[in-house]
Structures are given as C-alpha cells and as structure tokens.
Ligand binder design. Structure first.
Ligand SMILES: [Zn+2]
Ligand SMILES: [Zn+2]
Ligand SMILES: [Zn+2]
Ligand SMILES: [Zn+2]
Length: 371
C-alpha cells in the first residue's frame, strides 16, 4: 500500500474567534473574519443586489463570514477569499434548506490592479484604502453596493429602500439634518443589522484520540450518553412497530451526532472547519447532499471546502430560541479548479444540515419524569 502524503491523515484547519480591532480586518490585510462589513477582495464588480438577496424573502442578506483561502499551486488564486452571507429573517431559516444562505468566491493573482504585490504595513492610518469604498458607493448599513442616495443629506448611500428605512429609524433621521456629520463609511443602522465582528484565527486540528472510532466504541459512547440522561430514550415496554422504527432512527442519527460531538470535544470553541476536498463533519446521517451541481462555468465538480459550525451562533447574539436563525452546520462547496471567470465574484453553493430527527423526537416523546 502506498503511503502517499495526502493519504495519511489530512489536516483539518480549525477557525477560532479572536477580538481584533476593526482596522486590522480591512481588505488590504486579507482577513478571515466574522461579522462587520465584508472586507471585499476584488474591489470592483461586487456582487449585485439580486445576488446578495435572500431567495426566500428577497431582502438583503447580512455578511456572516469570510475565509482567506488561497490555492498555493495556482497563480490566479494567489489571493482568494470565500464569503458567506445569510438572511437575518428567522422564518427564512428552514431545516436542511440553504435558500437563506449564499456563498461567493473572489480571487486575484499577486500582481493585480488593487493591491501592492507585497504585504501592507500594519498601521491604522490609511487602513481603509485600498478598499471597495475607493471604487464604489457602499451601503452604510450592509457594506454592499450602494446606488441609492438619501434625498435629504445627499451623502448617505444605500443598497435598498430596506436599509435606508432601517438607518432612518436607527438615527439617520436626526443626523440627516446636518449633512457635514454624516459618515460615508459607518452608521447607526449597521449596529442593528451587522453581526458582531471578530477575526478568525486558523490552526490545525491535532487529535488526541484516534479519529475513526469503531462502531462498537461509538455505540458505547452513545449508551453512556443515554445513561447520563442527555438524550431522550424511550424505555418502551410496548413493541409497537412505529415506536421501534422511531427508536432505530434516533439511534442511527444519534450515532453520527455522537461522532460529531466526540470529534469537536478537544476544541469546543471551533467555529469553522477548513478541509478542502475532504469529508465534512456531518451532524446527522440524514440529509446529506446526494449530488452537488458541477461548476456551471468550467464543468468541473464542486468539492467540499469548509463548514461553519453551530458554535458560531452563540457569538452572533441571535440566540432567542425558536425565534432566530439556526443551523446544525453550513457546508460550502466550490469549484475544485477555482476557475477564473469573467467576473470578480463567482457564486458557489452552500448546503445546510440540521440535527435530525433528534429535536423532532424529543418534542414528540418527552422524557418520562417518573422513570
Ligand atoms: Zn430571507
Ligand atoms: Zn445595504
Ligand atoms: Zn440623509
Ligand atoms: Zn469552475
């Protein structure tokens, strides 16, 4: 058997949140980050308003995160960033349905029209340039294209009436009377719309325990989990077939969920797993994608690139049970060739997987307190 390097143990890169001053997370430093405005890579031909709209409610999406992920063996991908956007509307967040999430990649060679070929100096002064604001009017609320101008102050720019209305309510109504005080780059509306901003620091996953547990070990873990009372288990005396099936389904799914939990135990704070061409860490055995559409431009297959973990939700200040956006995990698939196209932002594919059917089972079979 060959011991090819790539066949051994692929290294997964894990992303962790870091509080970093905003100026260090601007475009010229090629950041990986969560929240705030997107730090656009290519500074022209930003995604259009339609591309950045929710496919369910048609409202503008909010920037979730971006990962700096160059392909070292491909000069056109010397710089490469993948951006993830999500709809803030809780009703648009449906189980195993990613129509409220959209993903774009942008890439540049080392010599390009926007940035110097060498790294920028790490200083705050001038950190906003080069930036997308040098080439575009940007929406003060979301940081996307802002073709609409406030009729009052003629300074504030917006992507849409939605964001103009949001900013108006958030304080622009007052500010608008003094156009000199209106900032082009930030506003109060963005505080209510954008997610809190963090840098994402990547580091390799080093596993303490063997990665692949045997079926028996996983089953043992599962039984221990049941014994500890963390998972609802029906202590059924009735041999009702339907209940047996439900029970079996629960066990099967919990096994994968338990694998998921075991795998993240050493690094409970991970918010991203980067493993290009690898196997995602599924949260469930059900609802895995069967066929990913090939890249429409070059025809190459799309491959798994990274996943956003549920732990990130905790930091987004959206956890209002039953009334917030949610995911088990968001998987991002991209053209395996990362092909060059005739535009700067190419849409790729997001897949959303949710815990299933555990929440359903727990809802319908509440734990019997008298047991
Ligand atoms: Zn929506
Ligand atoms: Zn906007
Ligand atoms: Zn105004
Ligand atoms: Zn392609």
């Amino acid at each position: 058997m060959s011991m090819a390097k790539v066949k051994g143990r692929p290294i997964v890169e894990l992303g962790f949140l870091e509080k970093t001053p905003s100026w260090k997370l601007r475009s010229k430093f090629f950041p990986s980050k969560v929240g705030g405005y997107p730090a656009w890579l290519a500074l022209k031909e930003l995604p259009t308003y339609e591309e950045l709209s929710c496919r369910r409610c048609n409202k503008p999406l909010v920037f979730l995160c971006q990962l700096y992920a160059p392909f070292h063996d491909k000069s056109i991908c010397f710089h490469r960033i993948v951006f993830v956007f999500v709809c803030r509307e809780p009703d648009c967040s449906q189980d195993n349905d990613a129509s409220n999430i959209r993903v774009f990649r942008s890439q540049l060679p080392r010599e390009n029209e926007f940035y110097s070929a060498d790294p920028s100096k790490d200083i705050e002064l001038g950190s906003e340039s080069p930036g997308a604001g040098d080439f575009n009017n940007l929406c003060r609320v979301c940081g996307a294209r802002g073709p609409k101008t406030c009729g009052g102050c003629k300074v504030a720019r917006y992507c849409s009436k939605d964001h103009q209305a949001l900013d108006w309510k958030a304080g622009h109504r007052e500010e608008c009377k003094n156009p000199d005080t209106v900032s082009k780059v930030s506003c109060k509306g963005s505080d209510t719309f954008l997610f809190p901003e963090f840098e994402i620091e990547m580091e390799p996953e080093e596993l303490e325990v063997a990665k692949d547990k045997t079926e028996e070990e996983v089953m043992k873990d599962y039984q221990e989990l049941l014994r500890s009372g963390q998972v609802t288990h029906q202590n059924d005396d009735d041999s009702d077939t339907e209940n047996d099936l439900v029970d079996m389904a629960t066990k099967e799914t919990d096994k994968q969920f338990q694998k998921f939990r075991t795998r993240i135990m050493d690094y409970p704070d991970q918010v991203v797993r980067y493993d290009r061409g690898g196997e995602p860490l599924w949260v469930s055995t059900s609802n895995q994608p069967v066929a990913m559409p090939h890249c429409p431009a070059c025809g190459e297959p799309r491959q798994f690139e990274f996943q956003v973990m549920p732990q990130l939700l905790v930091h987004l200040k959206v956890d209002n049970p039953g009334k917030s956006i949610d995911w088990g995990t968001i998987l991002v698939y991209s053209c395996q060739d990362s092909c060059q196209q005739n535009k700067h932002y190419v849409e790729e594919v997001a897949f959303k997987q949710d815990y299933s059917p555990i929440p359903h089972i727990m809802k319908n079979h509440p734990h019997n307190e008298t047991n």
